[in-house]
Design a protein around this ligand. Structure first.
Ligand code: FAD
Length: 425
């Protein structure tokens, strides 16, 4: 009997637990270790920040769905992962041993890299539900006394979609309130061009997103390095194509939200052979760490090299469906390993995304995630907004019920040519 520990119970960790339980025989123990006793659906945080969603509507207590499937839960924050000793030390002094460890701890938000950035400084965040709640308090004050908005993603960021989403959602909310005319908006991004998305663009994302920003009177600054943020002022250096300083801009704001750069969590930092210098778990094509073959990584926690050097550093996003495909691959590979075979499953890492824009939205499919691609598709339409709301309900139901990939989901995605695992070669 083996003990498999999943560290983190987010968008990756929860499907991982269910998938593993379905794949392995019941004599293997599966344990989820989470610093929170609830799951929250990160993609809905922009709606919480604007007041379109109550926080409780996107939170699910972990105990019931996990115990219902025969998965143990330990609520406690990891302080140090010790892969040499096959154990995790928790902040409360406990230690948890494992035969296999799956790291699904998502990002640490590196606000400290820019003075004044983040909820303890002067900009809001939508990365965690607690931040989104705070951002909503600030938003309610802001709409009573509106002024300029700065929104976007800083140098080193990898998650650009939610920055665009939040810009468009704020625009929609302000128009509904009939105060959009009082709010100059600027989109500030480290991307080399609008719609790059850390992916080298998808379909005509450049043209499409530029057009959407123009239609909504949102100005933009690309190749932007945020130098510092003060109480109502963001200082940004715009660089040219060679990364040389071009123009320093002082952008006043009354409300600002900037996606930060991510790193791996503290419990992983500096573990020789396990992580890269930013603390992301190094994995091979089977999602397995080469130094510690009983350690696996999924989700935002894993290291993926950027496709290209951009004038201002940008990272590659790790999106929901891609993360679920990593979980499927790990479940199959641990099953093989426990049976004494070599891991063979490889996640497809396809990017399938729905970005809400308040009343309309943009959907994209990138197969594979980085160019050149077999499928490179982006569309705009009101149906995307509807689909995103439906997807939120559907995903929360999947977590409550502990299901993995119901048959109809498999068939719908297959019809679009989207599969979780690469076909065996
Ligand atoms: P998370 O979901 O963040 O889960 C990590 C878990 O680990 C958390 O439960 C955390 O509490 C736990 N943890 C952290 N540290 C410790 C510790 N020391 N000990 C124990 N537990 C710990 N992708 C899409 O495909 N579509 C979208 O619409 C979309 N929207 C997004 C919107 C936002 C605002 C953001 C930030 C990302 C979005 N993404 C989206 C990208 C991605 O899908 C999410 O970031 C997703 O939540 C990543 O899943 P994860 O499991 O890697 O990390």
């Amino acid at each position: 009997m083996a003990t498999i520990v999943i560290l983190g119970a987010g968008l990756g960790g929860m499907p991982m637990a269910f998938e593993l339980r379905e794949t392995l025989s019941k004599d293997h123990r599966i344990v989820v270790v989470s610093d929170k006793d609830y799951f929250h659906f990160v993609p809905s945080n922009p709606w919480v920040a604007i007041g379109w969603r109550e926080p409780e509507a996107i939170k699910i207590p972990l105990q019931s769905p996990l115990s219902g499937k025969g998965v143990e839960l330990v609520v406690g924050a990891a302080q140090k992962v010790d892969p040499g000793a096959n154990c995790i030390e928790l902040h409360n002094g406990d230690s948890i041993s494992y035969d296999h460890l799956i790291i699904a701890t998502g990002p640490r938000l590196a606000f400290e890299e820019i003075p004044g950035l983040g909820p303890d400084g002067y900009t809001q965040s939508i990365c965690h539900i607690d931040h989104a709640i705070k951002a909503n308090q600030k938003w309610r004050e802001f709409v009573d006394d509106p002024g300029p908005i700065v929104v976007g993603a800083v140098q080193g960021a990898s998650c650009f979609g939610p920055a665009y989403e939040f810009a468009f959602i704020m625009d929609r909310d302000l128009r509904k309130r009939r105060i959009r005319d009082k709010v100059p908006m600027t989109f500030v991004t480290s991307e080399p061009y609008i719609g790059h998305l850390g992916l080298g663009g998808v379909g005509d994302s450049k043209g499409m997103l530029e057009s959407q920003l123009r239609q909504r009177h949102i100005d933009w600054v690309c190749n932007a390095k945020v130098e510092s943020v003060g109480e109502n002022l963001m200082t940004v250096m715009e660089v040219d194509g060679d990364g040389e300083n071009k123009q320093r801009r002082e952008l006043p704001f009354k409300y600002a939200m900037m996606l930060p750069a991510f790193t791996g969590i503290d419990a992983l930092r500096d573990v020789e052979g396990l992580v890269n210098p930013r603390g992301f778990v190094v994995i091979d094509k089977h999602q397995r760490n080469p130094t510690y073959p009983n350690v696996w990584g999924i989700g935002v926690a894993v290291a993926i090299a950027p496709r290209e050097n951009t004038p201002v550093p940008t990272g590659v996003p790790k999106t929901g469906y891609m993360i679920e495909s990593m979980a499927t691959a790990v479940a199959k590979n641990i099953q093989a390993t426990l049976a004494g075979a070599d891991p063979k499953a490889e996640a497809t890492w396809n990017a399938v995304c729905l970005a809400d824009m308040g009343d309309t939205g943009i959907a994209f499919v990138a197969i594979p995630q980085l160019p050149p691609r077999n499928v490179n598709w982006m569309r705009e339409g009101k149906w995307v907004h509807v689909a995103k709301v439906a997807f939120e309900k559907y995903f929360l139901l999947k977590i409550r019920k502990g299901s993995t990939e119901p048959l109809f989901e498999r068939y719908i995605l297959k019809a679009f040519g989207i599969e979780r695992l690469k076909a065996p070669s």
